[in-house]
Design a protein around this ligand. Structure first.
Ligand code: CP
Ligand code: NVA
Length: 313
């Protein structure tokens, strides 16, 4: 079956088939090889990308901006201080204007609805660079890193520790379910994955003869894990909840003891970054031999470039 993603937006990986995700990972592998040999292609020459940020970013901004610019394209950074978005001009109107002027839009912000509206009204590919609900480009980099490490994704067991209902955990769960992997969300009941998405992922996994589960007990959850993954305890926009999060998430800190609970000497540690060392992960684990966080950060760029190649050319 041939894959054609031209013109498609990446709003959530729920909209992508396993074949399409496979294709994006294959393109990412190719562009990573090219980057090592410094091959210049200028694939986005004459094109523009609008990048709208309601929230801060280091990796996502750099990945989109450098990936687009080094292929000859012109990325335009727009913070809320720069444009009329939602102030004086409706989101729909801004989307229509952008659609007349740029080839693609990246959005990072709060509501998933915003990125969906941008896609509906602009008529150009829109990329979700993180919303409260999803972080799909992160999950693609996560898959790439796991595959590089183990040679395959099939039946790899990924355990996400901590705030299992956040954007990063949700997109990772969807990615694992679709790609024939086993996924465990391990955290407190209060921060359980969205029930509707969890159910959907359980069903997808069942068809693949794998599993997606919520297991609050770290000892049970971590057994035989290939990947132990965590993210900050307080996501952007949830700062008010910081105090409560510290106490309910403390038992889920990834430390040497948790890494040992896998019983697997080859387990790797992953984190989308930025990390708060001493909270969700100890210094020893993130800086230790099992950590793959820097490969993971680099792979953001290759996978994002792959998404833009696949949807724009
Ligand atoms: N992982 C990630 O999205 O990082 P930034 O917030 O720095 O973009
Ligand atoms: N869950 C985090 C991810 C940051 C990349 C947040 O939303 O702040």
């Amino acid at each position: 079956m041939s894959v054609n993603l031209k013109g498609k937006s990446l709003l959530t990986l729920l909209d992508f088939t396993p074949e399409e995700i496979r294709y994006l990972l294959d393109v990412a592998k190719q562009v990573k090889m090219e980057s090592r040999s410094r091959l210049k292609q200028e694939r986005f020459k004459g094109m523009t990308l609008a990048m709208i940020f309601e929230k801060r970013s280091t990796r996502t901004r750099l990945a989109f901006e450098t990936a687009f610019a080094e292929e000859g394209g012109h990325p335009i950074f727009l913070s809320l201080n720069d444009i009329h978005l939602g102030v004086k001009e409706s989101l729909e109107d801004t989307a229509r204007v952008l659609g007349r002027m740029v080839n693609a839009i990246m959005f990072r912000g709060y509501k998933q609805e915003t990125v969906e509206t941008l896609a509906r009204y602009s008529g150009v590919p829109v990329y979700n660079g993180l919303t409260d609900d999803f972080h799909p480009t992160q999950a693609l980099a996560d898959l790439m890193t796991i595959e590089e490490n183990f040679g395959s994704l099939k039946r790899i067991k990924v355990v996400f520790m901590g705030d299992t209902r956040n954007n990063v955990a949700t997109s990772l769960m969807i990615a694992c379910a679709k790609m024939g992997m086993n996924f465990v969300a391990c955290g407190p009941e209060e921060l359980k994955p969205n029930p509707e998405i969890l159910k959907k992922c359980e069903e997808i996994a069942k068809e693949n003869n794998t599993s997606v589960e919520f297991i609050p007990d770290p000892k049970l959850a971590l057994k035989n894990a290939d990947v132990v993954y965590t993210d900050v305890w307080v996501s952007m926009g949830e700062e008010k909840e910081a105090k409560e999060r510290m106490s309910i998430l403390k038992p889920y800190q990834v430390n040497d003891e948790k890494m040992d609970m896998t019983g697997n000497p080859d387990t790797i540690f992953m984190h989308c970054l930025p990390a708060v060392k001493g909270q969700e992960v100890t210094y020893e684990v993130i800086e230790g031999k099992q950590s793959r966080v820097w490969d993971q950060a680099e792979n953001r760029k290759h996978t994002i470039k792959a998404v833009m190649i696949a949807t724009l050319l």
